[in-house]
Design a protein around this ligand. Structure first.
Ligand code: ZN
Ligand code: ZN
Length: 366
């Protein structure tokens, strides 16, 4: 399997356009045409992780955190530059699945919720999403060719179904005038044509490609088409809220989370004996959603990177916080490995998928 094919599969499952606008996801380093020899999943792409990929003869690393994030000014044997150089020198592809994996219904937050044994889960913040209904009018004898050209561009597809069109028959009319060079009909006389009204759906990020496809492939000089914007509830969203199978005190829950996530330390705000049953979680840095979670009935909001003043604010407002460190997102290594195995199962040219066991937490704990 080539990188280009893997990227298409990834884009189907964890669409890159679902990432935050400040994020940097997709193929960051590499070559679309390379054949994949193996995949290594990691939270961060460090020098040790690149060495591991080389040892495993695995030419594709999928990291959660993008290696190239802030403006890279130079790529020399120093800092991030040396990692980038090593990747390129060894023909290793680096793909980032970051906030697009966070908001996936089976993504990082779901993986963390699973590790904490949460049940009856739902999302804290559902992404709003929209799509377009497209309608255009094609002469009847041209409609099959037109549909083929849209299909070749990947349009009018829904999951595992291609050619998702609706057709209705009608009569179009027009009178070519002036400098027109009509596909059908003569200048200055009204022409009636058997036409098909063709309707199909496109995703919000397919608007430009669909417009181009109609303009390039429609037989008429000035095709008529409409894009009608439709809203729908997205299946993607940030954060998970769910229930523990028994009520614990906040102190017990902190101990439990530390053990379940196998992390060296946690810290919390709130009364040690306050009862915890409903838990909200956002992996990485989720501060900003603690009050929403509390409104949804969460007894504690679990995240990493909590700053002193955010903790103080929460404490004053009786919102319990549990800091599980940003590194607890490491659960995505095994989680993504399982998702990839599921997504790639039906394809030929199987290659090994590894979850890196290298700990990329920059902190040491005492
Ligand atoms: Zn994340
Ligand atoms: Zn993160």
């Amino acid at each position: 399997m080539k990188i280009s094919e893997l990227m298409k599969i990834l884009n189907n499952h964890v669409p890159f356009h679902q990432a935050e606008s400040w994020d940097n996801v997709g193929l960051l380093i590499g070559n679309d045409n390379l054949d994949i020899t193996g995949i290594l999943t990691t939270l961060d792409c460090t020098d040790d992780v690149v060495n591991q990929a080389i040892e495993l003869n695995t030419n594709t690393i999928i990291a959660h955190h993008p290696l190239i994030f802030k403006g890279v000014k130079r790529i020399v044997e120093d800092g991030y530059g040396s990692i980038i150089r090593k990747l390129i020198q060894n023909n290793i592809n680096l793909i980032a699945l970051h906030t697009n994996l966070d908001v996936h219904p089976e993504g990082v937050n779901r993986m963390l919720a699973h590790q904490l044994g949460l049940e009856n889960i739902s999302m804290i913040n559902t992404n709003s999403s929209y799509y377009y209904k497209v309608q255009t009018f094609i002469p009847k004898n041209y409609v099959e060719i037109f549909k083929d050209s849209l299909n070749e561009l990947g349009l009018a597809k829904e999951g595992n179904y291609e050619y998702c069109f609706f057709e209705s028959e009608g009569k179009g009319q027009f009178k070519p005038v002036g400098d027109a060079s009509p596909y059908i009909g003569k200048l200055d006389s009204i022409e009636y044509v058997d036409e098909i009204k063709l309707e199909f759906m496109i995703k919000s990020n397919e608007l430009e490609i669909a417009k181009r496809a109609i303009l390039d492939n429609h037989p008429y000089e000035t095709p008529v088409f409409d894009f009608i914007k439709m809203n729908k509830e997205s299946e993607y969203g940030l954060g998970i809220i769910g229930q523990l199978n028994k009520t614990m005190t906040l102190d017990e829950f902190s101990e439990y989370a530390k053990k379940q996530l196998n992390i060296p330390s946690v810290r919390y705000t709130g009364q040690h004996d306050s009862p915890i049953k409903k838990v909200a979680i956002i992996g990485g840095s989720g501060i900003g959603f603690e009050y929403k979670a509390s409104q949804l009935g969460a007894d504690v909001f679990v995240t990493g990177d909590i700053k002193h003043h955010d903790a103080l604010d929460a404490k004053i407002q009786n919102v319990n916080l549990l800091d599980i460190n940003h590194y607890s997102e490491y659960v995505m290594k095994e989680g993504l490995k399982e998702l990839l195995a599921k997504w790639l199962f039906k394809y030929e040219n199987q290659f090994p998928i590894y979850a890196s066991e290298i700990n990329t937490d920059p902190f040491k704990y005492k």
